[in-house]
Design a protein. Structure first.
Length: 117
C-alpha cells in the first residue's frame, strides 16, 4: 500500500458522501475534532469539525446527511514543499490555536499528507 492510499484510509479522512454520523465516529477515533473531506480521487473538498456537525444538527440537518453539506470549503491547506510546508504549518498552528490538522496537497489538490498539531 502506498503512503497516499494509507492517508486516504486514515481516521482523519472521510469521503464527501460520508454521513454526519460516520464523520463524527471518525472524529472520535482520531481525537482531533476534525476530518478532511475528499472526493473519490483524493481531491481535498474541505474540512469538517465536530462543531460544524453539531451546529448543523441543531439547525435540523439529520445525521444521515452527507458531510459535504456542512463542511468548510474555505479550509487552510498547504502545498507539498517539505521544508516550507513544515514551517508554514508551525506558523499556522501558532496563529490559529483551534486548527488541529492541516492537509498537505500535491498536484491537482490531491491529499498527500496530513500535518497534525
Amino acid at each position: 500500500m502506498n503512503k497516499n492510499s494509507s492517508i486516504l484510509n486514515s481516521s482523519f479522512v472521510v469521503r464527501e458522501e460520508t454521513s454526519l454520523k460516520e464523520a463524527m465516529a471518525q472524529i472520535s477515533v482520531n481525537e482531533h475534532g476534525t476530518v478532511i473531506v475528499v472526493n473519490n480521487s483524493g481531491y481535498v473538498m474541505g474540512i469538517a469539525s465536530d462543531g460544524d456537525i453539531r451546529r448543523s444538527i441543531v439547525k435540523g440537518i439529520t445525521t444521515f446527511a452527507p458531510i459535504s453539506k456542512v463542511m468548510n470549503r474555505n479550509c487552510i491547506i498547504v502545498k507539498n514543499d517539505k521544508e516550507e510546508s513544515k514551517n508554514l504549518c508551525r506558523e499556522l498552528f501558532e496563529k490559529h490555536p483551534k486548527i488541529m490538522i492541516i492537509p498537505v496537497v500535491g498536484e491537482k489538490n490531491i491529499l498527500i499528507d496530513i500535518i497534525v498539531r
